[in-house]
Design a protein around this ligand. Structure first.
Ligand code: IPM
Ligand code: MG
Length: 370
């Protein structure tokens, strides 16, 4: 038996808990059927934590995340918490986890499953076979830069400030991850900023260029402005392999890339820290979709993005590529059989509930492992 892996599960708000419930069934399946097992703890985050503890993330849960091998995160947020003070908002829980664990590298793959190519808003030929990876810097930039806040001016009007800041080392470490990922894939990297307008963009381009020259000249590097990148993503997405970009551009471009695949409900992500002396990285895995409060509690949500996030965890945190592939294959098979949650339904498919999707996945896993 392999040793236990310490796993923290944070279902959060909205559709987070119901999607996570199905993934927990898959984790249990692994416990029973495979050699890998998990020492699993569950905690509150976001609005759920605020309701119980008055804060979107307690120090205890933060410490638990620090001590676990990996965290699987659901989603946070909902309209009932929209008017809370800034530091109590559900999203602060997620941002605190990212920042305090220093999870600077956010991997957001956008892969078109063959069975879903027609669900994309783009023509099939533009997206069929698409497999790109957006690498978003996650702990710097305008999300955390100081000064930030709202002040009142002498004339009574208000002034709001956010600050975009990047240092050489922050750019270097994420660019390095980008080059390494590109080498394992199509060997092409697009570095995306706005060097035509922003000082951080100029520095970004300078640092990436220098690193490329010094250590990664075998990788094909191209620089692109962020606005052009948004346009190119919908014009001809297959020109990209890996895109490395800052926190805010990465937030926007990854939603755009997500929709190329047909549904936000399909997309997983991994947020990784720097490797420690043993090579282990702190890590958090989460679906790219949000809490979708409009469909929460209705057993309609798509659990596949959370499931595929769990697969990424198996691959990146636990080096269990075969088990990750098994999970991914189960998801593909279920889709190939025409089963769809409502978000990815199309003519001729069978619309299933969140729970039924979980049932079908377990059946597929049983069949694949038989
Ligand atoms: C994301 C989300 C978050 C972000 C929100 C929930 C804080 O949009 O992970 O893309 O802006 O980073
Ligand atoms: Mg986002």
């Amino acid at each position: 038996m392999a040793s236990n892996r310490k796993l923290l599960v944070l279902p959060g708000d909205g559709i987070g808990p119901e999607a996570m419930k199905q993934v927990r069934r898959v984790v249990d399946w692994f416990d029973k059927r495979r050699t890998v097992s998990f020492d699993l703890k569950e905690g509150l985050v976001g609005g759920a934590s605020y309701e119980k503890h008055g804060t979107p993330l307690t120090d205890e849960t933060m410490a638990l995340a620090q001590s676990c091998d990996a965290t699987l995160f659901g989603a946070v947020g909902g309209p009932q918490w929209d008017n809370l003070p800034f530091d109590k908002k559900p999203e602060r829980g997620l941002l605190r986890l990212r920042k305090e664990m220093d999870l600077f590298a956010n991997l957001r793959p956008a892969i078109v499953f063959e069975a879903l190519a027609d669900a994309s808003a783009l023509k099939r030929e533009l997206v069929a076979g698409l497999d790109i990876l957006i690498l978003r810097e996650l702990t710097g930039g305008v999300y955390f830069g100081e000064p930030r806040g709202v002040t009142t001016l002498p004339d009574g009007q208000k002034k709001a400030v956010d600050t975009q800041v990047y240092t050489t080392s922050e750019i270097q470490r994420v660019a390095r991850v980008g080059f390494e990922l590109a080498r394992k894939r199509g060997n092409r990297l697009h570095s995306v900023e706005k060097a035509n307008v922003m000082h951080t963009g100029v520095l970004w381009r300078e640092v990436v260029t220098a690193l490329h020259k010094a250590e990664y000249s075998d990788v094909k590097l191209e620089h692109m402005y962020a606005d052009n990148c948004a346009m190119q993503l919908v014009r001809n997405p297959k020109q990209f392999d890996v895109i490395v970009t800052d926190n805010l551009f990465g937030d926007i471009l990854s939603d755009c890339a997500a929709m190329l695949t047909g549904s936000l409900g399909m997309l997983p992500s991994a947020s990784l820290g720097a490797p420690d002396a043993t090579g282990r990285r702190k890590a958090l895995y989460e679906p790219v979709h949000g809490s979708a409060p409009d469909i929460a509690g209705k057993d309609m949500a798509n659990p596949l993005a959370t499931l595929l996030s769990f697969a990424m965890m198996l691959r990146y945190s636990f080096d269990l590529a075969d088990d990750a592939a098994l999970v991914e294959q189960a998801a593909k098979n279920v889709l190939a059989k025409g089963l769809r949650t409502r978000d990815i339904a199309s003519a001729g498919s069978t619309v299933v509930s969140t729970t039924q999707m979980g049932d079908a996945l377990l059946k597929e896993l049983d069949a694949l492992a038989a």
